[in-house]
Design a protein around this ligand. Structure first.
Ligand SMILES: [Zn+2]
Length: 425
């Protein structure tokens, strides 16, 4: 028994991980006297395990209604169309919804389940994301990726063999989503220090334990060792549980997630296959770790000079820039008044003062983030993408994301410091 398993156990989600997930799930369904289940899968996950789940229920005289979402050649999108498809599949007597899939299917079901007040059960098909045990969901609303309130599953049944058979790119993406915690935690600490955002150190300690466990076992994660895939999955669960404990995604998502969402929203893949969420966040963690490196290399005299010269950006210029970069989604982003758009002159002057007063502590926070070289090496060991170009993101798109992605979320991160201290343009 390790600390991570203890955290998972204490979350109150019925969790099974092992070699008999389908049996464990059917026993659970029989024990709960479920008769009206809706299984949601996509073409791929239905073939991987969904069809066996369906048959196992039928053998126990339970006739589930199965909804297979079709992407017609494209990946399923967690957006309005899929949400509506799931809503239509629900009937008056539906007792529980079963999400058979990875991040996208789980995000869709978690959202519908929350709004319809129905419980849901997760049967993951890859250790690719930390969404399984989370309370927030990423839904595309009119071309803007939004983090919305959702709910945790009532139970999770993990077939380790199924996770091991998932493509390595998916497992590497899960590892990338774990690495993101380095920069997410540092951003949270900065927000607490500089703009007084509430912070919980016990949550941070839990997530750091889970992250370290994944780092220590990266080689086995890269080779799909049974034990290490299980450790990765536990780490991803802990991340979701920490988000639930914090009641937002702060412990798990910072500036690196803003970059990843920005790329997903604004850029085609330049001929590369569409990258997974965790592949984007892993690559983005490398980029942000470079900013933290720059930050800790500044002398206090340089900081003073930049802070004194910094001015709150002109709203008209920012609005025009947002319109230019985000196109049709521009007005929606502009209305949200996040980041500098929502900051008053008084708050900005206070922020500048706080940067100078707390500079030593800022450097201490930055020092907890590994170097970009180390992040790249870890991603390599997990056999994942580490360079933006590998996921179709050109240098210019990295610069654009660093400049504009902070307007996607109401969240203070190192991206604001990057603007004030001119760390990376
Ligand atoms: Zn994530």
């Amino acid at each position: 028994m390790n600390l991570t398993s203890d955290i998972v156990k204490s979350a109150g989600i019925h969790t099974y991980m092992g070699g008999h997930a389908i049996d464990a799930f059917t026993d659970y369904a029989v024990r709960n006297k479920y008769q009206h289940l809706v299984i949601v899968a996509d073409d791929n996950t239905y073939n991987v395990i969904g069809n066996r789940v369906e048959r196992a229920l039928q053998k126990n005289s339970i006739k589930p209604h199965t909804l297979v979402l079709h992407g017609n050649g494209d990946p399923i999108n967690a957006g309005a169309r899929s949400v509506l498809d799931v809503l239509i599949a629900l009937e008056a007597g539906t007792e529980v919804v079963v999400a058979v899939g990875s991040g996208t299917i789980t995000d869709i079901v978690r959202f519908v389940s929350h709004r319809t007040r129905l419980p849901f059960i997760s049967i993951p098909t890859a250790a690719s994301v930390d969404a399984y045990s989370s309370i927030t969901t990423s839904i595309m609303v009119e071309e803007v990726k939004r983090s919305l309130q959702a709910k945790q599953p009532k139970a999770i049944f993990v077939s380790i063999d199924t996770l091991r058979k998932a493509p390595q790119t998916m497992t590497a993406a899960g590892f990338g989503d774990m690495l993101a915690k380095y920069t997410a935690i540092a951003d949270w600490k900065l927000a607490h220090l500089l703009v007084g955002e509430p912070y919980d150190d016990s949550i941070v300690q839990s997530i750091k334990t889970a992250l370290q466990q994944c780092i220590d076992n990266v080689k086995g994660i890269g080779t799909h060792s049974k034990q290490d895939i299980q450790l990765l999955m536990e780490g991803l669960f802990v991340s979701g549980i920490c988000m639930a404990a914090a009641k937002n995604s702060r412990p798990a998502a910072g500036s690196e997630h803003s970059l990843a969402h920005f790329w997903e929203m604004t850029h085609p893949e330049n001929g590369k296959p569409v990258a997974l969420h965790g592949a984007r966040t892993g690559v983005a963690t490398g980029v942000i770790s470079g900013i933290y490196e720059q930050l800790r290399s500044l002398s206090y005299q340089e900081v003073e000079r930049w802070v004194q010269a910094a001015a709150l950006p002109q709203i008209s210029e920012e609005t025009a820039g947002i319109q230019n970069v985000f196109g049709e989604s521009g007005p929606q982003i502009n209305d949200s008044r996040f980041s500098f758009l929502g900051m008053s002159q008084t708050d900005f002057q206070q922020l500048k003062k706080n940067i100078l007063i707390n500079w030593d502590e800022i450097v201490a926070i930055a020092s907890e983030v590994p170097s970009r070289e180390r992040i790249v090496s870890l991603l390599h060991q997990a056999k994942g993408a580490s360079d933006p170009l590998e996921i179709g993101i050109a240098e210019e798109q990295v610069s654009q994301a660093l400049r504009w992605s902070s307007y996607l979320r109401d969240r203070f991160t190192v991206l604001e410091l990057n603007q004030i201290l001119k760390l990376i343009d």
